[in-house]
Write a protein that binds this ligand. Structure first.
Ligand code: SF4
Ligand code: SF4
Length: 398
């Protein structure tokens, strides 16, 4: 989902410089020595977005603008993250650039020593505002494309002229000298354009291309029958990516991960539950991953009510699937358990009904065949091609 990079050595420090008293975090219980600090945090500043992608990972019930954290609250949270020892913050959404205070938030994150990344559609920002972000210290941009083919991009995003906006934005990023990752989200209805998407990333002088298969949570789960590629399409795109990696070696780094529905071994989702990453929703809920709210019976603490370090170290939501003690068989006795950490809890829930089960992407799971059957059925191109679009107004507030 997001590119994680190391913080520049010159900015690594043991504390937070020159904070105003109101920005200092509240005192917290000490973090247990057995719990490492997070590496990075995904800050979902807002669920507002001018696009309506049918695979959006935001929940079907999105946070309203009135519920969003204020500028002061986000700055306090960013300071708390720095005190906790995190190295990177990823400004995300929705579309983070609809927040009018984004420049202030990036500046604050830089002042407290973070490596800052903007994850954007590029469709809601002007050139002067982008340059203000660069002045504020933005380190990296991750720009998503719905397709390389403009008409298809319009159909998927549901926004006219979307490609022109993205290409203009990519030009500003290039001019500024800021490292650029192009994020190409792949599914059944654009997967045949993979060569054109690779060519687009090369043309835009991207440093990195992330070929990301849709993950089936949130809106994507609601659109699964319209999005799921066939196994033949998967094999085609895998071959094209491997070929491009050779052709552009030393020029473009291409990240590519096989989609879970056709895998035999699960991914280490989020690097393991509560091990390296956390996610903060627009209204301040702290999640171990962006889809964790799909798990029933779990409550997620808010940064409005509890210090972040306390949440990270002690909250039930983070402890529940941290480490390996919670694992049933076949994970409990498996030699991969500290490599993939049992895979994805949300996917285990979605397929098996049990969030503690082994990820059904794993060939050792008793649900593995059922998951492949779901993929085969959903990928039948005749079954559904219409999208159910994500809809939400993008009226700025702050
Ligand atoms: S609608 Fe599209 S661009 Fe907007 S947040 Fe969702 S996936 Fe990203
Ligand atoms: S059994 Fe569990 S730990 Fe082992 S490979 Fe499968 S998901 Fe990973």
């Amino acid at each position: 989902m997001t590119e994680m990079r190391s913080k520049p050595a010159s900015t690594v420090s043991g504390g937070v410089p020159d904070l105003a008293p109101e920005q200092l975090p509240l005192p917290v219980r000490p973090v247990s020595p057995s719990v490492e600090p997070p590496l990075a945090a995904l800050l979902e500043l807002t669920h507002r977005c001018p696009l309506q992608c049918p695979y959006c990972s935001n929940p079907l019930e999105m946070d309203r603008v009135q519920a969003e954290l204020t500028t002061e609250e986000w700055c306090r949270v960013i300071s708390e993250l720095a005190m906790l020892g995190a190295l990177q913050v990823h400004f995300s959404g929705g579309e983070p650039t609809v927040r009018q205070d984004l420049v202030d938030l990036v500046r604050h994150a830089r002042e407290v020593g973070f490596y800052t990344n903007l994850i954007t559609s590029g469709a809601a920002i002007t050139r002067p505002r982008f340059l203000a972000l660069i002045d504020a210290g933005l380190d990296h941009v991750q720009l998503s494309f719905q397709d390389a083919e403009p008409n298809s991009a319009v159909r998927i995003s549901h926004v006219p002229n979307i490609q022109e906006k993205k290409l203009a934005f990519a030009g500003w990023v290039r001019e500024s000298g800021t490292p650029l990752t192009v994020n190409a989200v792949i599914h059944r209805q654009n997967i045949d354009h993979i060569d054109a998407m690779i060519d687009l990333a090369v043309k835009l002088h991207a440093n990195r291309l992330e070929v990301a298969h849709v993950q089936y949570y949130g809106w994507a789960l609601a659109n699964r029958a319209a999005l799921m590629p066939s196994r033949a399409q998967l094999e085609f795109v895998t071959e094209r990516v491997m070929d491009a990696r050779e052709r552009y070696r030393g020029k473009l780094v291409i990240d590519y991960v096989v989609p879970d529905y056709y895998a035999h071994q699960p991914k280490a989702c989020m690097g393991g539950w509560g091990r390296q990453f956390l996610n903060i929703t627009p209204s301040g809920k702290v999640l171990p991953c962006h889809a964790a709210e799909t798990i029933p019976g779990m409550t997620f603490p808010s940064v409005r009510e509890q210090p972040l370090a306390d949440i990270w170290a002690h909250a039930e939501a983070f402890q529940r699937f941290r480490g390996t003690d919670w694992m049933p068989e076949p994970c409990r006795g498996c030699d991969q358990r500290e490599i993939d950490w049992g895979g994805c809890r949300c996917q285990a829930l979605a397929i098996t009904g049990d969030a503690a089960a082994a990820d059904p992407a794993c060939a050792k799971s008793s649900w593995h065949a059922a998951m492949q059957e779901i993929a085969a059925t959903a990928s039948d191109a005749s079954s559904q091609t219409d999208f159910r679009y994500r809809r939400m107004a993008a009226a700025p507030k702050h």
